[in-house]
Ligand binder design. Structure first.
Ligand SMILES: [Fe+2]
Ligand SMILES: [Fe+2]
Length: 203
């Protein structure tokens, strides 16, 4: 894009805020954004979130027989085949969306992405799944296989352990016929179309 060029607006009838600093915005400028943002988010939010995942479709692996993209599809396909509700299936689809770019804290990454759109149980499951997974790391030289014991007794302990056992640790099978991403997009759009939950300010 040439210097000084503008990014396109989503809709041809929309307006730009001409100010160049937020400090210069006044009520009429905020009104422009407020009028255009809901329709923008309704059309773009789900697609832009999933694009982080779809962009990795052709990426290589460091040894697993399938890449992270197929792992995510496999996790969601297994959850769907088991009759899990839509928000659970979408959570499975996106649970490792940050696995490479945010590896060490990828559970928290996904939890933050989904927190406005799914319940506290699924958010907790996302945030903690990577630690619960360690129970399946037989013979791993460093992993604390019992890291999950820190949360034993927590109301979401059992569902997180079940997610990892049924839909995560086994979702690395090259012969499993996972559904394509398109299968899940209507579900993703419905979950992301929910009015976002108001979340508390961070500490
Ligand atoms: Fe993970
Ligand atoms: Fe995973």
């Amino acid at each position: 894009m040439e210097t000084g060029g503008r990014s396109p607006l989503l809709e041809s009838g929309w307006r730009y805020v001409e100010k160049r600093e937020l400090d210069e915005f006044r009520a009429d400028d905020w009104a422009i954004l407020a009028a255009q943002k809901p329709a923008y988010m309704a059309e773009q939010l789900a697609d832009q979130a999933v694009r982080f995942l779809s962009a990795s479709a052709g990426d290589p692996t460091f040894g697993y027989r399938i890449n992270n993209y197929r792992h995510c599809l496999q996790s969601a396909t297994r959850a769907l085949a088991d009759g899990r509700p839509e928000d659970y299936v979408v959570t499975a689809l996106l649970h490792d969306i940050g696995f490479v770019a945010c590896n060490a804290t990828h559970g928290a990454f996904a939890a933050q992405l989904m927190a406005p759109h799914v319940g506290d149980d699924l958010v907790w499951m996302l945030a903690h799944h990577q630690y619960f997974q360690a129970i399946h790391y037989h013979g791993h030289p460093e992993a604390d296989r019992h890291a999950r014991d820190k949360w034993r007794g927590h109301p979401h302990f059992a569902m997180t352990a079940e997610f990892v056992a049924k839909y995560d640790q086994c979702a690395i099978d090259p012969d499993y016929r996972e559904a394509p991403l398109e299968t899940f997009m209507p579900m993703v759009r419905r979950v992301f179309a929910r009015p976002p939950r108001k979340l508390p300010l961070p500490d």
